[in-house]
Design a protein around this ligand. Structure first.
Ligand code: NDP
Ligand code: MG
Ligand code: MG
Length: 340
């Protein structure tokens, strides 16, 4: 089995006394900055003027422009949206990096697809939490953590691996487990996972099930509970104890239905198309399309997003969730507050 590192496996001296600039204070940024600070590190935040800046100041940070934060830091963690990183890097980060500094990322996209080409005299590493930023923060506060991948792209000081591990420890990830990866593996598996399984695959499955039931004349409310609401209950069982645990908990009828009909839904054709999706990720075809979409100010992204938000499952879901106040995720409430 791959080596998974926990708190006792990690030496943190290499990061002690260093100044860390967290650039960006969104989902990941606020979690990294606060967790590192509470782990005893010297953290400054780099931002443009705006909402995030106010929030970081309210949370007690010294907030500087990105350029100023980078020039005083030893370690720079870039937590801007991936599509904004190359421009901010060129303008404000690159000119202020010094030999022997480290630049770090939470996702390998820009380094792996050469949208950012770091200078040869700095360490470059990755610490990618395998969970949303708000959980990185919430689990840390509760004494636990979200697991993370770490990887080293460039090691000029000879300390890049120890730095990455100490950083992962600082955000609480070593409480849950830290695994070594490469920028390539992290980028490709992350993109594939979100496209084929976690986001694209799952939303497609939920919508297709809901549409099948409502088109057959069943009530949308019933279809919503069956295809969306119950998903969490099932996923929680899988998360806690694997597929076996979920199958233990459901009825034998449901389990037989799983075996008998599941392979008719996700079949060899689905897997063949997953392989095509993976090939597009590996060849850079997906990255190219996403970079161009951003350069054109996201015409498709915005149009599809508006259409998706109007899907009947979203309308009935909003009404039903209003009647189940306990379902209102603190995460969602916090996030929308932050985005206001
Ligand atoms: P968010 O969109 O949540 O936050 C972005 C932050 O960057 C905001 O504070 C925003 O501030 C700031 N920002 C945006 N543009 C600029 C700019 N031009 N100059 C200065 N600041 C700017 O990002 P995420 O936390 O989702 O993503 C950050 C990184 O983490 C990405 O690489 C992503 O792939 C990775 N990641 C994200 C995960 C997640 O949970 N979301 C999971 C694992 C990795 P403002 O208020 O001014 O707009
Ligand atoms: Mg991702
Ligand atoms: Mg049932």
């Amino acid at each position: 089995m791959t080596k998974v590192r926990y708190e006792n496996d990690i030496q943190t001296e290499v990061l002690a006394g260093k100044k860390i600039a967290v650039v960006g204070y969104g989902s990941q940024g606020h979690a990294h900055a606060l967790n590192l600070k509470e782990s005893g590190y010297d953290v400054v935040v780099g931002l443009r003027p705006g909402k995030s800046q106010e929030k970081a100041e309210d949370d007690g940070f010294n907030v500087f422009s990105v350029a100023e934060a980078v020039s005083q830091a030893d370690v720079v963690m870039v937590l801007l949206p991936d599509e904004h990183q190359p421009a901010v890097y060129e303008e404000s980060i690159k000119p202020n990096l010094q030999a022997g500094n480290a630049i770090a990322f939470a996702h390998g996209f820009n380094i792996h697809f050469s949208q950012i080409v770091p200078p040869e005299n700095v360490d470059v590493f990755l610490v990618a939490p395998k969970g949303p930023g708000h959980l990185v923060r919430r689990t840390y506060e509760g004494g636990a953590g979200v697991p993370a991948l770490f990887g080293v792209y460039q090691d000029v000081t000879g300390n890049a691996t120890e730095l990455a591990l100490a950083y992962a420890q600082g955000i609480g990830a070593a409480r849950a487990g830290v695994l070594e990866t490469s920028f390539q593996e992290e980028t490709e598996t992350d993109l594939f996972g979100e496209q084929a399984v976690l986001c694209g695959g799952l939303t497609g499955l939920i919508k297709a099930g809901f549409e099948t039931l409502t088109e057959a004349g069943y009530q949308p409310e019933v279809a919503y509970f069956e295809c969306l609401h119950e998903m969490k209950l099932i996923v929680d069982l899988i998360y806690e104890g694997g597929l076996e645990n979920m199958r233990y908990s459901i009825s034998d009828t449901a389990q037989w239905g799983d075996f008998a009909s599941g392979p008719r839904i996700v079949d060899e054709g689905t897997k063949a198309r997953m392989k095509e999706v993976l090939a597009d990720v590996q060849s850079g075809e997906f990255a190219k399309g996403w970079i161009l979409e951003n350069q054109a100010n996201r015409p498709m992204f915005n149009a599809i997003n508006a259409k998706e938000n109007n899907h009947p499952i979203e309308k009935v879901g909003r009404e039903l969730r209003d009647l189940m106040p306990f379902v209102k995720q603190p995460l969602q409430a916090k996030q929308s507050k932050q985005k206001d």
